[in-house]
Design a protein around this ligand. Structure first.
Ligand SMILES: [Zn+2]
Length: 75
């Protein structure tokens, strides 16, 4: 499935509504780690309606994997 954020075909369903109703599904992208539930707003889950500012189309994920350092504990 096409990821709503990076637009690659790297998303897959990872969960269904636990009551078996089919009310919602959750998808996760293995490339950019974006996840979404099918009941979220179209502006969140539909690539054609998402704000392009939040799209990672063509972005090298290795360039984004900078971990934010954890500050030392306060004493
Ligand atoms: Zn993605």
């Amino acid at each position: 499935m096409k990821c709503a954020r990076c637009l690659e075909d790297t998303a897959a369903k990872v969960a269904d509504a636990p009551d078996g109703s089919g009310a919602w599904e959750i998808y996760l992208c293995s490339r950019c780690n974006y996840s979404w539930r099918t009941t979220e707003e179209e502006e969140v889950i539909n690539p054609e309606k998402r704000d392009p500012y939040f799209t990672l189309d063509g972005v090298d994920m290795d360039d984004l994997m900078v971990l934010v350092p954890v500050p030392p504990l306060k004493k």
